[in-house]
Design a protein around this ligand. Structure first.
Ligand SMILES: *[C@@H]1O[C@H](CO)[C@@H](O)[C@H](O)[C@H]1NC(C)=O
Ligand SMILES: *[C@@H]1O[C@H](CO)[C@@H](O)[C@H](O)[C@H]1NC(C)=O
Ligand SMILES: *[C@@H]1O[C@H](CO)[C@@H](O)[C@H](O)[C@H]1NC(C)=O
Length: 372
């Protein structure tokens, strides 16, 4: 059983979740739900964390910026969804069970990501998964300014998923043969968002290693480790790639070893024995943002998402390394999202910073200024 909670940034995070919840006998990750047979709510439990907050049948009547749709898609660079809060200025840690789908295209009965929110996105398609990492103005999708966020996935502390009952589909796996009108469920997926970065990965359950390629027990070490990537601010690209080495697996002195995230009861993560690098990628093609997300032009962000004009201070450490990190995608999305650790120190802006966490990382927990 996995009793896990999202760790948001450092100190904040931890307090929001309490006692271990009972683990359900019908975990979300085991629920095979064909796209053509989606129930109103896939989660039927009412105890502990309460009932599913939204619904899975989403259509033209649910579409719009108040949608509570909890069925999401990761299809293509121009066609994907993120999980984010239903109400303005929320932290991921406080709302992990209730996130709703925010998508780049209308037609799915969801909210739309406001125009201009996506600041750089990289999609990598590997044999085992589709991974999308990028930079986002998270206040435009109701995430509190400065929140380092955390992990959302089909596991969860009680097996009900975060969000509870969240379903994920794609038409982008090879088995779909390029058709866009049929969708395959992904039961193994992870999404980190916060620190103005994100990374989402949907693994192909028909491939041999879906559970490990979309491992969901490393919720405190962010995008840098869970979805190593080369996303850059201002760049929108799609690439082919090899499968990543599963999170936690590394080589030292010729031996393959596995590092496991320590429980929170042992305190902050102060060191991780390896630095992740993105798996080899190729055939990258870049696009103009407007060519990808033109349909978002009419969408304006909700009021009530104040943005601080000052810099945000992260206290956790490296994005990659500590909880926050999930979010911390920021850097190059390194942590949170996915960074290009190697470029970190040379690039500008947030991206660069992120990266630098990672690069230096790993050893010590330290405070970082996110936005210089
Ligand atoms: C549209 O979605 C809503 C919310 O899930 C559902 O109640 C309604 O029955 C759906 N309508 C159709 C025609 O499927
Ligand atoms: C499927 O959608 C993608 C982008 O969303 C597009 O590039 C591709 O041409 C579409 N495929 C078909 C067969 O329509
Ligand atoms: C990653 O960093 C390396 C080294 O600076 C650079 O050559 C490469 O272009 C970067 N890739 C991306 C996608 O930023």
């Amino acid at each position: 059983m996995v009793f896990r909670r999202i760790q948001v940034v450092g100190a904040l995070a931890a307090t929001s979740y309490v006692a271990a919840q009972s683990f359900v006998s019908d975990p979300l990750i085991d629920k095979v739900v064909p796209y053509t047979a989606i129930p109103y709510q896939v989660d039927t439990h009412t105890a502990d964390r309460g009932p599913q907050s939204g619904y899975n049948i989403c259509n033209s009547t649910t579409e719009g910026q108040t949608s509570m749709c909890q069925t999401a898609f990761v299809n293509h660079l121009d066609d994907f969804c993120l999980w984010a809060p239903p109400k303005p200025a929320s932290t991921i840690g406080d709302t992990e069970g209730e996130e709703v789908a925010w998508c780049t295209k209308p037609g799915k009965g969801t909210r739309l990501i406001p125009k201009g929110a996506l600041k750089g996105v990289q999609l990598v398609q590997s044999p085992g998964y589709i991974q999308i990492a990028g930079f986002i103005d998270q206040t435009m999708v109701n995430i509190a300014d400065g929140d380092y966020g955390g992990e959302l996935d089909s596991g969860g502390q009680d097996g009900r998923g975060n969000p509870i009952g969240g379903l994920m589909y794609t038409n982008g796996f090879p088995s779909n043969n390029g058709k866009n009108d049929t969708f395959q469920q992904s039961r193994h997926w992870t999404l980190f968002i916060g620190g103005d970065t994100f990374c989402v990965k949907v693994c192909d359950d028909t491939q041999p290693n879906a559970a490990h390629l979309c491992e969901h027990i490393y919720d405190r070490i962010g995008c840098a480790y869970n979805a190593p990537n080369d996303a850059q601010e201002g760049v929108f690209e799609r690439c082919l790639g090899e499968d990543m080495t599963p999170v936690g697996v590394y080589t030292s002195n010729g031996q393959t070893l596995t590092w496991t995230q320590p429980p929170e009861s042992l305190g902050p993560i102060t060191s991780i024995p390896y630095t992740p690098t993105p798996a080899a990628s190729s055939s990258c093609v870049t696009f103009a943002s407007d060519d990808l997300y033109g349909q978002l032009s009419a969408v304006t962000p909700a009021a009530g998402n104040p943005k601080s004009s000052t810099s945000a201070t992260a206290t956790t450490g490296h994005a990659g390394a500590t909880g926050a990190s999930a979010a911390h995608a920021k850097p190059t999305v390194s942590s949170a999202a996915g960074q290009n650790a190697t470029t970190a120190s040379t690039t500008n802006g947030a991206a660069a910073l992120a990266a630098s966490f990672i690069a230096s990382a790993c050893g010590v927990l330290f405070s970082i200024m996110l936005f210089a």
